[in-house]
Each structure stands twice: as C-alpha cells, then as structure tokens.
Ligand binder design. Sequence first.
Ligand code: HEC
Length: 159
Amino acid sequence: MKKINLYSFVVVLLLASTGYPLAQAAENSAGSGASVGGIPYKKDKRGLVFADIKRGEQIFSKNCSVCHGVKAEGNPTWKIKGPDGKYTPPPLNGTGHAWHHQRSALLRTIMQGTKKIGGSMPPFAGKLSDSEADAVITWFTSLWPDKAYEIWSKGRPHH
Ligand code: HEC
C-alpha cells in the first residue's frame, strides 16, 4: 500500500511539473476520413476515435455524472470514508486511481457495481451494453494526462 501511494505521488509530481492540461487530449486531432454517426472519423493523438469519445461522454452524462461529476472530477472527499462506512464517488478523469486498473477491471466495476463488495455504486449490466460501457471508458481515459494514460495503455497498472 505504502509503495503504491509513493508511486502515485511521484507520478502526480511529474504530471504537475509538465503542467499538462487535462482537457487538451481530446482536442488534438490527427487524420480524417469517413464519418461515424455524423461525427467525422477522426482520432485524437492517442488513436482514440472522436465518435467513440463523444458517444462515451453522452452515455456518461446520462448514467454516471450524477455521482462522478459532469467532467468525471469525482467528489472532493472521495478518499475519506463517510459516516456510513462508504466512500463517495472518486474522480475518473485521471486525478484518482482509476488508471491503476486495467480496462477489463474498469469494465467489471461498471457492469457489476460495488454494492456486493460493500460500496455504493449500482451495477450497469443490463442497462448498458459492453460497447456502451467501453465507450464511456474511452471517454474518461481521453481526459487522462499523458503519463497516466501511457502507463495504463501499456498494461502496467497496479491491479
Ligand atoms: C450512485 C452513485 C454512482 C453512480 C451512478 C456511478 N458510480 Fe461509479 N462509483 C461510485 C462509487 C461510490 C465508487 C467508489 C467505490 C465504492 O465505494 O462504491 C465508484 C467507483 C467507480 C469506478 C472505480 C474507480 C476506481 O478508481 O477504481 C469506476 C471505473 C466507476 N465508478 C465508473 C462508473 C461509470 C462509468 C458509471 C456510469 C455508467 C458510474 N460509475 C456510475 C458511485 C457511482
């Protein structure tokens, strides 16, 4: 546990020192081509398709933003357990620890929720398809700072 915290701390320091603006990632475009659902088939600098990012953002705003915040910023007190013994919704925008979990683990949390393991997030299985949940993951990972995204996309998160 201590090691993870120290590691996160170092990464946060690195990120802070580069002053990387979080929202910029989604705006850098490269390449062009056909259109998907009216949105030109363009990719951001990480190869994420804009149409997927946009779709994910819409699904997120309908299903998730009520808890995780409109920009996935989470609750400011997410690290502290409430009087009910439960945590409040964490940020998913790269300032939390979602990037410590592989895509499959994120998908599992979204589909199964956390109620069965003592948390308070409802399951989305049956409500969202895998493809919809996947688009949401694409959206919030597009917000992550380069360093966090790089570690995550190379499959080297902690869990
Ligand atoms: C009712 C509030 C609520 C809603 C709605 C909700 N969540 Fe959560 N979510 C939480 C809480 C609280 C946690 C922290 C785990 C816990 O203690 O329950 C969490 C944790 C997570 C995590 C794990 C984050 C990490 O750092 O490990 C992911 C990923 C996630 N939520 C994604 C989503 C997505 C995507 C949606 C919408 C499809 C969603 N959540 C909807 C409350 C919510």
